[in-house]
Structures are given as C-alpha cells and as structure tokens.
Design a binder for this molecule. Structure first.
Ligand SMILES: NC(=O)c1ccc[n+]([C@@H]2O[C@H](COP(=O)([O-])OP(=O)(O)OC[C@H]3O[C@@H](n4cnc5c(N)ncnc54)[C@H](OP(=O)(O)O)[C@@H]3O)[C@@H](O)[C@H]2O)c1
Length: 330
C-alpha cells in the first residue's frame, strides 16, 4: 500500500494522486516497539478482491494481545508484514463488494474477527465468510467489542472448560474484556459463578451475574473461597507462584483453562489443565450475536476513543489502567 502524507500545500504530483485515489486514515506500525511506534498514516483506500467486501469501519476494539503483537512478542507464531495496520475486531457497514461476493451487500451492518488485521482504519477489506450480521439491539460501534473477546470466552467456557449446569466455576480476571463475556456465558450455562475483580470492576461483574465477587487485591483467593471449584477459568497473566496458587482451588478431577499464563498442576493434584489460544469461528460469533439480541449477554464498554488515541490506550493497558472493553472509532 502506498503511503500518502496529509499535506495542506500539495505539489502537482500529490494533487493528481489525491484526485485519482481516495485515502483513509489508519493506525499502523512500521517497526516493533513500544506504543510510540503506532503512527497515524493516510493510505490509499483498499478495493475488495473477489470474495471480499469493503467495510466502512464504525469501530474496532482494543485487545491486549495486539499490544503484544506491536511489541514484537508474537512474531514467532504470528508474523506480520510491516507496515502493519492494527485492529482485529471490526464492526461496520459494507461499502463495496468484490466480484462473486455473496452473502452481504452494500449497506449491510456486519461484525467479524479479521485475522489479517487492519480494522484500525476508516475502511478495511475482509473475506465475506468471516463476517456475520451485526447485533440489532446495540449501537453498531459497540458490537466491535464482541469478536475477539467473545469468541475467546465462548471457547474457554464451552469447548475447553466444558462448563455446564450446577458446576461451581471460578473466573479469575472477570473485570477484563474477556472476563465480562466469560462470566455471562458461564451463568448462561447454568453454573454457579465466583469471579475475581478489583473495586473498579466489582459492580459490573455482579451485574453480569456473578454469584460471588472476590476482591483479588484483598488477600489469598483460597481464604475467600468456600471450598474448591469444579472449573477455574484463568484470564490473567500471572507469575509462577500466583499460577501455582490456583491449583488447590480446584477439586481433584476438575479443570483449569488458562487463556493467559499456562497453569501446570503437579500430577498428584488430579487436575486437568490446559492453555488455549482462541480461533476464529463465525458460527460461534453468530451465536454470540443471537445471545446479545436476546438480552442474555451485555457488552461492557468502559471507554470509547478516536483512532488518534490508540497509542495512549496501549500505554494505559500496559499500566493496568484498562478494564472492560475499549472501542476505537476511526
Ligand atoms: N489465549 C487467547 O486466545 C487469548 C485471547 C484473548 C486474550 N488473551 C489474553 O488474556 C488476557 C485477558 O484479556 P482481556 O482482553 O480480558 O484483558 P484486559 O481487558 O486488559 O484485562 C484487564 C483486567 O484484568 C484484571 N486483572 C488484572 N490483574 C488481575 C488479577 N491479579 N486478578 C484478577 N483480575 C486481574 C483487571 O480487573 P479489575 O478491573 O477487576 O482490576 C482488569 O479489568 C490478556 O493477557 C490477553 O492478552 C488471550
């Protein structure tokens, strides 16, 4: 993609370019590094290829994994070409279709997880098969919070956690973007949900249906827990001692699923533990949309910012100052 700089005084050459090529604002990285590597570039608006649509982006959302990508921590298993436009989640309106594209047409409201990234931009192209119809019951921009966090929660609760009715489930890190969906999905499965949250998130987590909220800053979790749980869903990056301290909270025969630090129980604990990486699954995303429209799941938007604030959101996340889901409006 050609870089177009924004200029008030244009040369003949750039005038010609501006007249023949529509541009759009993006948030990109040209190198791995701290949040200062995020630059706001004007680039040519992409055209949808066969089987793709062009989406006018209503919002993307911030996911901490993308801060890890920006820092270069994921390059071994998620290499990207630089410059790389940030943004995995998208909610927006179809603004154009490539040849042979079926399923969605111009004007349709869609959401999706874009594994090629690029939704931290005014427009993004996307394969039509990764998109689903946006929920009708929430503002379109808010639905950008659903794909990555919602799919991760779905797979943690239903696939890996195998949460079902009458189980006791501990959600560690319920105040975060994934945690809000995990708490609600585990309740929807009929489980008793015990959730950890700090003071700033406790009310939201209770509102999401948690039966008990434990303040993780108040002392060891074991002291506040009334007996072991069947399943522990860990959503928090932890040091080895804190990860090990989770194991006795689970009954023998129970399960630990971690989306962050792997938890490795000793063999004699009798606890099954696994670390998961969420995959894209438009069928599950459509099921999440149905739950939103049925009023079963609410979307906990804690903040909304313009694209120009994305670097600051990355900094605040690193400082632990983000809770819930943050949406970014290009
Ligand atoms: N494996 C995967 O496929 C996958 C997918 C998505 C995300 N992730 C990872 O999973 C983690 C969670 O993602 P996210 O989007 O939910 O992150 P997030 O929104 O940034 O999570 C922030 C929340 O973490 C909570 N927290 C921090 N330290 C805690 C502790 N010691 N105990 C309990 N809660 C604590 C805070 O809760 P309070 O507000 O209550 O203080 C805060 O609200 C991240 O590390 C992310 O990179 C992995």
């Amino acid at each position: 993609m050609t870089l177009r700089t924004t200029k008030t005084t244009k040369t003949t050459e750039t005038m010609e370019t501006m007249e023949t090529t529509e541009t759009m604002r993006t948030a990109r990285i040209h190198a791995y590094g701290d949040a200062s590597v995020i630059s706001y570039d004007d680039v040519a608006r992409p055209s949808p290829a066969a089987g793709e649509v062009l989406i006018r982006v209503a919002a993307t959302s911030f996911n901490p994994s993308e801060a890890a990508l920006r820092a270069g921590l994921l390059r071994a298993f998620l290499p990207v070409d630089l410059p790389h436009t940030l943004g995995w989640d998208v909610a927006g309106t179809v603004a154009g279709t490539g040849t042979g594209t079926r399923g969605f047409g111009v004007g349709d409201l869609v959401i999706g997880r874009l594994d090629g990234a690029g939704s931290a931009a005014e427009y993004v192209r996307a394969p039509v098969e990764v998109l689903v119809a946006a929920p009708r019951s929430v503002p379109l921009a808010q639905a950008a919070a659903l794909p990555v966090a919602g799919l991760t929660a779905w797979q943690a609760v239903f696939e890996h956690g195998r949460v079902s009715a009458h189980q006791r489930v501990l959600v560690n890190g319920a105040g975060g973007g994934v945690g809000g969906f995990v708490t609600q999905l585990a309740k929807h499965a009929g489980a008793e949900v015990i959730a950890t949250a700090g003071a700033r998130s406790a009310a939201a987590v209770r509102g999401q249906g948690a039966d008990q909220v434990i303040d993780y800053t108040a002392g060891p979790l074991a002291a506040a827990l009334d007996g072991p749980v069947d399943t522990l869903l860990n959503l928090v990056p932890l040091g080895p001692p804190d990860a090990a301290a989770l194991v006795p909270l689970v009954r023998p025969g129970g399960r630990i699923v971690s989306i962050a630090t792997p938890v490795e129980p000793p063999a004699d604990a009798g606890v099954t533990a696994l670390h998961m990486v969420a995959r894209n699954d438009p069928g599950q995303l459509a099921a999440l949309v149905e739950l939103v429209d049925a009023g079963v799941i609410t979307i906990d938007i804690s903040e909304s910012h313009p694209l120009s604030a994305l670097a600051d959101v990355h900094r605040r996340s690193a400082a632990g100052r983000i809770r819930g889901k943050v949406i970014i409006i290009p």
